[in-house]
Design a protein around this ligand. Sequence first.
Ligand code: C5P
Length: 237
Amino acid sequence: MAERKTANPKVIVALDFPSADEALSLARNLDPTQCRVKVGKELFTRAGPALVEQLQQLNFELFLDLKYHDIPNTTAQACRAAAELGVWMVNVHALGGRRMMEAAREAIDKTQQPPLLIAVTILTSLEGPELAEIGLSGEPVDNVVRLARLAADSGMDGVVCSPKEVAALRETIEGDFHLVTPGVRPAGAAVGDQKRITTPEDAIRLGSSYLVIGRPITQAKDPLVALADINASINLC
Ligand code: C5P
């Protein structure tokens, strides 16, 4: 393993590409001491564990963003398989419930190198009326806080959330609970389809632990420079 210059890079680059070749060619232009990478459902479904291994061979720590949501045994075994792939972070849906999350915790704790186990609370794509339609009353943030508490009680290491929810979560949940936030845009970057965005500096100041950033880095003329600029801005916080 190459020696890491930045012990704990806060930026997780979302490798939202349709093929392993594209993901690897971007990754080879990045520095694993300066960021981590995220592989989600599309890329994993196309390229599978082989790509995860190739990215890890390039010394990247990897967030496997597959959002498991199933009966406790199935979710636990999926998390165990992810841990055995050597990933750094894996996630489940808090809506799978306490027993599912506890089973996932127990399964990965038996592995040699347990990844961080993170829960998704409420998908940020869901708005008020859609939440009501699936039986979740109240404001989205109230649901997020309730499910984040349940996630913490069930042994999760943190949650994925919007930067706008970070303050409420930091007020509610004490201790070393990781808040992983997408929806981050450097000042002046294209917003794309993100709606409620925060700059990297503001996200860190609010209390985000890790920033998931895709297109502002992956679509940049020079991804390494874009990443360096973001890291420089958050290092000042
Ligand atoms: O390109 P961009 O920075 O918008 O990418 C953000 C990444 O974070 C994507 O992989 C997206 O799927 C993910 N994500 C998100 N919003 C959420 C959860 C995940 O943008 N609420």
